[in-house]
Design a protein around this ligand. Structure first.
Ligand code: ADP
Ligand code: TZD
Ligand code: MG
Length: 575
């Protein structure tokens, strides 16, 4: 291991990187050691940074992304070259897709050898490969440029639309030495990394005018609204305007899901019926069937082509990406929402009661129907009876963070488990990606200090399952619930050839995921009833010990692809 410096008067690349991160308020690194960054991880720890070491870089990267979403500071993921870098790259691309700020820092081989393709250890032109998959990519070749490199990476990650940044640090950089005072002077403390962006007055007026004439207005909150941490203003806008709202999955809890203006239980009614839709930090992508698909009533619906949109987003090019946006409001959500509030003035007329009553009626009916389903206690346990338990737990422990992935395990949890506070739900996001579970759980517990409950499909859990060792190693208060239905979607599929291999979606029957947690010193629970599940969760929340509950779910209970069956090519073809 390299010691700090030969004399007090010199510093080196290792320390300049760490000093630059610390100077900018970064206190945690998620990563996986190896050449050329092993010493960097040791020195980081020695210098007082928290280093969370993973078993696979993808999960370290996912942890960095979740940390970025929760804190508005870029999460840092540190990897070795070529294969480690590539393992981290999926997380970097996913973070960029979701607008989460993170920086993937990878050690790399020497330029002279890489550029002549002479076959260095783990040789790869990482910068070129990262570039199209992230928001910005930089390489630092000289120690005196480390300060600038880190500053540019931080600004790129958090300013404007947040995203992933790649920072390439060749091995030779770390050992470079320079005068300590000059080194210190070369570092940059980034001032106002994510500047407010104030919307133009005429754009605000246009939006207010459109909203004023609305008979059936609707607000859609996306995860950008959760990220923005403008919770009080958003709540004030919704309550003052009286407009019903729908939260996208990671926007659940900005206002409590039990809020009387939530139209979540009447989603399929309000989307096609609304005349003016206000998008706040939500894109009209596939998750909203591009503003025109089945979710909105399809082309035959009477509202087709007549709906008007106001879109609040920090990215000026987001408007018109799928449908015409009548009143784009470009700026940060905090500034835009407070400008709207100010322009609405006193005496704002609430939406017509015909609209709000129609929504309330449907909402109460659907909630009552769901309550009936949740009250059933079938044997074997199904998604509903298991999630009724999780729903009660979150009602009693609203500060707990929920991580959620799978297909049925995702869709049922999203609709059944209410969130009561902002930024308490982390999930598969824009891509619907599997594998975020343990990385997000580790980050959520490390950066917030809160208890975490991860509701995982058994397939979804498998993508990051080895990180239960990481959870045990750092003794994190994470309770993983594996919704075990013996496979992808359900455990009952059959091999259509009649051969001896099981179907591609089917796993080993009655697998004991709980034993995986026990293998590393955590608590394993085998639960076949809601009562056993409840007891397991209660004990986990009380003790804070790493816990994995293998919840045995009826293997016939799920549906193909959960709620997105319509995206299956075979399903589409049949239509
Ligand atoms: P969801 O999946 O929940 O619908 P999306 O990820 O599609 O949400 O949309 C998030 C949007 O929020 C992106 O278009 C992004 O540009 C925007 N955004 C993120 N942070 C801010 C912010 N601070 N101010 C304004 N817009 C933001
Ligand atoms: N690989 C990656 C990285 N992301 C994906 N989304 C998929 C594969 C495809 N996929 C889904 O979209 S959901 C899912 C896969 C493999 C797993 C569903 O099974 P599960 O959930 O056990 O997690 P349920 O509760 O059985 O439906
Ligand atoms: Mg499953």
């Amino acid at each position: 291991m390299t010691t700090h410096t030969e004399s007090q008067d010199t510093t080196d690349g290792f320390h300049l990187v760490l000093d630059a991160l610390k100077l900018n308020g970064i206190d945690t690194i998620f990563g996986l050691p190896g050449i050329p960054i092993t010493d960097l991880t040791r020195m980081a720890q020695a210098e007082g940074l928290r280093v969370i070491s993973f078993r696979h870089e993808q999960h370290a990267g996912n942890a960095a992304a979740a940390a970025g979403f929760l804190t508005q500071k870029p999460g840092i993921c540190l990897t070795v070259s070529a294969p480690g870098f590539l393992n981290g790259l999926t997380a970097l691309a996913n973070a960029t897709t979701n607008c989460f700020p993170m920086i993937l820092i990878s050690g790399s081989s020497e330029r002279e050898i890489v550029d002549l393709q002479q076959g260095d250890y783990e040789e790869m032109d990482q910068l070129a490969i990262a570039k199209p998959l992230c928001k910005a990519a930089f390489r630092v070749l000289n120690a005196e440029d480390i300060g600038v490199g880190i500053a540019r990476a931080i600004r790129s990650a958090v300013s404007g639309r947040p995203g992933g940044v790649y920072l390439d640090l060749p091995a030779k950089l770390f050992a470079q030495t320079m005068d300590a005072a000059a080194g210190k002077a070369s570092l940059i403390k980034v001032v106002d990394a994510a500047p407010k962006q104030i919307p133009a007055a005429d754009a605000v007026q246009r939006a207010v005018d459109l909203l004023k004439g609305a008979k059936k207005p609707l607000i859609l909150l996306g995860k950008g609204a959760a990220y923005a941490q403008a919770d009080d203003d958003i709540r004030a806008l919704i309550e003052k305007s009286g407009i019903p709202y729908l939260p996208m999955s990671m926007a659940k809890g900005i206002l409590p899901d039990t809020h009387k203006q939530s139209a979540a239980a009447a989603r399929s009614f309000v989307l096609p019926e609304a005349d003016v839709v206000v998008l706040i930090g939500a894109r009209l992508n596939w998750l909203l069937s591009h503003g025109k698909g089945k979710t909105w009533g399809g082309k035959d619906h009477k509202a087709w082509g007549t709906q008007k949109y106001i879109q609040i987003d920090i990215s000026p090019t987001e408007a018109d990406s799928n449908v015409a946006i009548d009143a784009p409001l470009v700026g940060d959500i905090g500034s835009c929402v407070s400008a709207l509030l100010a322009s609405m003035g006193a005496g704002w007329a609430k939406p017509p009661v015909e609209w709000t009553n129609a929504i309330s009626e449907r909402t109460s009916k659907n909630i009552a129907k769901m309550a009936e389903t949740l009250a059933k206690d079938p044997s074997p346990m199904n998604f509903h009876s298991a999630l009724a338990v999780v729903r009660d737990v979150f009602k009693e422990h609203p500060d707990t963070i929920l991580v959620n992935e799978g297909a049925n395990a995702l869709d049922f949890t999203r609709s059944i488990v209410d969130m009561y506070k902002p930024r308490k739900r982390l999930d598969v996001g824009t891509w619907g990606i599997m594998g975020i579970g343990m990385g997000f759980s580790v980050a959520a517990s490390v950066v917030t200090g809160q208890r975490v409950i991860a509701v995982e499909g058994d397939s979804a859990f498998g993508f990051s399952g080895m990180e239960v060792e990481t959870i045990c190693r750092y003794n994190l208060p994470v309770c993983v619930i594996v919704m075990n239905n013996n496979g992808v979607y359900r455990g009952t599929d059959v091999n259509q050839s009649g051969g001896t291999d099981v179907a591609p979606t089917v796993f080993v029957k009655n697998a004991r995921y709980d034993k995986m947690m026990e293998a590393f010193g955590g608590v394993g629970v085998y639960a076949t009833t809601p009562a056993e599940l409840r007891q397991g969760i209660d004990e986990a929340l009380k003790s804070g010990k790493p816990t994995l509950i293998n919840a045995v779910i009826d293997e016939t209970a799920g549906t193909e692809s959960g709620r997105i069956t319509s995206l299956n090519p075979a399903t589409t073809k049949k239509k």
